[in-house]
Design a protein around this ligand. Sequence first.
Ligand code: SOE
Length: 380
Amino acid sequence: MAKKKLNVGMVGYGFMGRAHSNAFSQVSHFFDLPYQPVLKAACARNADNLRKFADQWGYESTEQDWRKLVERKDIDLIDIAASNDMHLEIANAAAAAGKMVMCEKPLGRNAAESRKMVEAVEKAKVPNMVWYNYRRVPAVTLAKQIIDEGRLGKIFHYRAKFLQDWTISADLPQGGQGLWRLDVNVAGSGVTGDLLAHCIDTAMWLNGGIDKVIGMTETFIKERQHNLTGKKEPVGIDDASLFLARFDNGSLANFEATRYARGHKALYTLEINGEKASIFWDLHDLHRLQYFDHRDEGRTRGWRSIHITDGDHPYMSKWWVPGLQIGYEHSFTHQVADFLEALDKGQSAAPTFRDALATDLVTDAVLKSAATGRWESAKG
Ligand code: SOE
């Protein structure tokens, strides 16, 4: 049967514009889905870069103004892979025009922005999703299945960190293309919204809601040259952010994110300790899940390193043969596959805008707590 076409309008051509475009291009080759995404139009301000991007990825057309893209009758879905300061305006306009909306994380620069976006997509009743891609790494999805089956028993501890080292140099400027993550007006926050948000999204998916937090942040380099003004400007983002949390289920957690962990490029790790079993996962070894089960026979009990490549592992039957692993980019392809399957049932795939608002409420609480020095509610 002929598949239904789903015309995608992509806003942004950076790292995430490429990751999302790759996912839309790949998904129909590997997954048997009711919809076929079509790379209909790419949109960005810089005409030369836009042309190159559109040619490289096979977009049928280009627009330099996202408002024109949103108005186009031949676009079904707007995908926002632009900087964080543009998410709200584009998402609201896209929802008002009746388009489905996908948005790169974090949803808003803060929870107030995210709340407006949730209202917009829910009022317009348009399918929506936020690209928290790590949920769809097969090892992480398997962790979710194991937890939901109750195999860990009562959960006592959740531990997560996301460590990078790319902003240690004081000579690195802030602002402009490629470095907007260092400009607080564009990004909203530093590692709290950029990296901890990933850890929080996965954590709440695996272990339920977070009740309260107490946090600490630091900005190690206080001033940086600004690429747009040419002047030294104060740095408003957090370079490092750590917090303790209590989950609704009573478990205790600690989270850490930094761009100042020399030697670490993207070390996202998570560990969960339950009464009966524990789980550990490491992004640098993303195709493995470490699992310890206390119910194993004592003499051979120990941590198992499960190679997530078998057909009965999540998503893996769609790829190669057992033993051959997949990588980072596949998590985005899985996200599109799940979105299209949900769409056929008239639903949104998680994480929806509402799910992502819950994450932004936690990141807001962490930043508030870092300022007040007190425990803060993570529920808004
Ligand atoms: C920052 O360096 C960054 O690219 C984040 O913006 C992404 O969300 C994360 O997955 C990898 O690191």
